[in-house]
Design a protein around this ligand. Structure first.
Ligand code: SAH
Length: 219
């Protein structure tokens, strides 16, 4: 498949998904609370460690309907910017966030493969989206993100990971799930170091394990 088709197919998939929690979680809407609980514990650990990031500005990447922003990031950061290619999701995110809308910064309607950060971020949160980038675009996106971090800033990644040691391609949503070995190889290539990691508990046993990484630029 060409690169163009890989991105186009994903865009078509998401265009046909309803702007709901169950939609963005591929039918696992019931697990949103448990996911957010795990993320909160992880973020608490990150923010209470030595030399934590500031809490002025976060970026929610592949934000969907703003689920992570609304239930997690808004409670920690003064402002949150969103990157999300699908317009109906962005529209729903603004509605969803409701009274806290003043905490929303810039909403960028674009794919991460095209996104160039123009601000410095304390935390760049990427959840269930990096499988939509091919390896080359993922490496470039992480490099740009690294350059856009403020002092002590971190990239936080929460993604499915294969246990087969192989990349697995999903025909439905045109995404790939990577093995841990490839993820860590890519982090090394970009000079990002894992300073905290965790595995999300409480999801069904028969789906991909969900790993959380906090990455800091190698000094
Ligand atoms: N992170 C959110 C949404 C996950 S669903 C959450 O956890 O609730 C995956 C999201 O990634 C969808 O909103 C989809 O539109 C978006 N997406 C798909 N391809 C993308 C790309 N190339 N760049 C950025 N976002 C993308």
């Amino acid at each position: 498949m060409t690169e163009k088709d890989f991105y186009k197919k994903a865009a078509i998939y998401w265009a046909n998904v309803p702007a709901t929690i169950d939609g963005v979680l591929g039918g696992f809407g019931n697990f949103s609370d448990i996911d957010i609980d795990g993320s909160r514990a992880f973020l608490n650990k990150v923010l209470s460690s030595a030399n934590p990031p500031a809490t002025k500005l976060a970026l929610d990447c592949g934000a969907g309907i703003g689920r992570v922003t609304k239930h997690l990031l808004i409670h920690y950061f003064e402002k949150i910017d969103l990157v999300e290619p699908d317009l109906k999701f962005i529209t729903e995110a603004k509605i969803n966030i409701g009274d806290d809308v003043t905490k929303l910064g810039t909403l960028y309607q674009t794919g991460l493969q095209n996104f160039r950060p123009h601000k410095n971020y304390d935390v760049i949160w990427c959840q269930w989206v990096l499988g939509h980038l091919n390896d080359s675009d993922l490496i470039k996106f992480l490099s740009r993100s690294k350059e856009a971090l403020s002092k002590n800033g971190l990239i936080i990644i929460k993604e499915n990971i294969t246990t087969s040691k192989e990349v697995e391609y999903d025909e439905d949503d045109s995404s790939m799930t990577r093995p841990l070995e490839l993820m860590t190889k890519i982090f090394d290539q970009v000079n990002l170091r894992i300073i905290h990691s965790d595995i999300q508990y409480g999801f069904p046993e028969d789906i991909y394990p969900i790993h959380c990484f906090a990455l800091s630029p190698v000094q």
